[in-house]
Design a protein around this ligand. Sequence first.
Ligand code: B16
Ligand code: MG
Length: 211
Amino acid sequence: KYDAVIFDLDGVITDTARYHYLAWMRLANTQGVHFDEEFNEQLKGIDRMGSLERILMAATRQYSLAEKLALAEEKNAQYVSLISNMTPDDLLPGAVQALDSCRAAGMKVGLASVSKNAFTVLDKLGIMDKFDYVVDAAKLARGKPDPEIFLKAACALDALPARCLGVEDAVAGVASIKAAGMTAVGVGERSVLAQADFVIPGLACFDLNNY
Ligand code: B16
Ligand code: MG
């Protein structure tokens, strides 16, 4: 039924959301912006500058582009130091099995993360060789919810969008998959991921026979 399965990284394969949370929290605090788990939730799947813009919207003053770039760099340095200690133990339950089940079923496997640190994270997790194609976020013109990232992965995997399955934990990510004309498996809660065709609580419940 499908020729390719395209996975999101953060929140699906590993829980880097808490590292992004800690790094954004520190930055928000230095700018006098109140930041909590709920705010962090809205940043899932949103790229670095997009996330920063949302945080600074809650600040009391305007920022120049140079200031924004410096703040984004500061947040990233903090994030990079937090992920430097990641190991294969940081893989979420069922992640490796899910990736392997797609290959075993003869499907191509892709990764669609807007994180510019995705290659580093895959390397730390030791799963680089489980993907036939990994989108380079640095070469994207538009982030999620735009369909560009999933369409790019489908094209590189030589699969028609209608014959691709996308797996995502973020609202913006599910929107990106649907805008690309693919079937979406949401990872999380049905009430949040309303646009997904199927919803599972985690990859431990990923079963190709159901989609
Ligand atoms: P970076 P995904 C996204 O990854 C995260 O969900 C989001 O919180 C983060 O801001 C974004 O990557 C950019 O990450 O600063 O490392 O480039 O969910 O698309 O795998
Ligand atoms: Mg995600």
